[in-house]
Design a protein around this ligand. Structure first.
Ligand code: ZN
Length: 189
């Protein structure tokens, strides 16, 4: 479906939803809301049409470095697939190269690629980790995500400010607990 058709289809459904909850869809403040919601929905799910491996491959350089490389405090925003409400927080990435390093700005970019989809935090963590592992053939990758979920905070249990932490690791990080601890120490605030 092309983008114009997608926008029109989402717009129609949003208008119907507003009427179902008892809103006057023609009042001034809501007139352009269905179109805005449709645009924002497409933007927040734009990661489906992006190729994270291609982004990493576009800035992959041969380099003899075998020490841990860390990019921490990467802000991310995603949508939980159960409620289509935001979850957001910080991503922290470490990898140990195996002949190749990657341009550092590409790591936040692939976080965006995977977070701009309907997600669960667990899978988001895995997808970022696997993509770096496979594309760089790294000696090890570790990813930690810390996030707040609006589906928990605005509804349901209403646990304000609870932080969900997920971890995924491969290779040397899986074999060596002290390496994991070294990374966790670096990201501890
Ligand atoms: Zn949820």
């Amino acid at each position: 479906m092309d983008e114009q058709k997608q926008l029109e289809a989402i717009e129609k459904i949003v208008r119907e939803n507003l009427a179902i909850i008892g809103e006057d869809v023609n009042r001034e403040g809501l007139q352009k809301t269905p179109r805005r919601v449709a645009r924002s929905m497409l933007a927040l799910t734009s990661g489906y049409s992006m190729d994270a491996a291609a982004i990493l491959n576009s800035a992959k350089f041969a380099e003899n470095c075998d020490k841990m490389i860390v990019v921490k405090d990467i802000e991310f925003y995603s949508l939980c697939e159960h409620h289509i409400l935001p979850f957001f927080g910080k991503a922290h990435i470490a990898y140990i190269p195996n002949g190749y390093i990657v341009g550092l700005s590409k790591l936040p970019r692939i976080v965006n690629v995977f977070s701009r989809r309907l997600q669960v935090q667990e899978r988001l963590t895995q997808e970022i980790c696997q993509c770096i592992q496979e594309t760089l053939n790294a000696q090890g990758v570790m990813v930690v995500l810390e996030a707040q979920h609006l589906c928990m905070q605005m509804r349901g249990v209403e646990k304000q400010g609870a932080i969900t932490v997920t971890r995924e690791y491969t290779g040397l990080f899986a074999q060596d607990a002290t390496l994991r601890q070294e990374f966790l120490n670096m990201i501890n605030h």
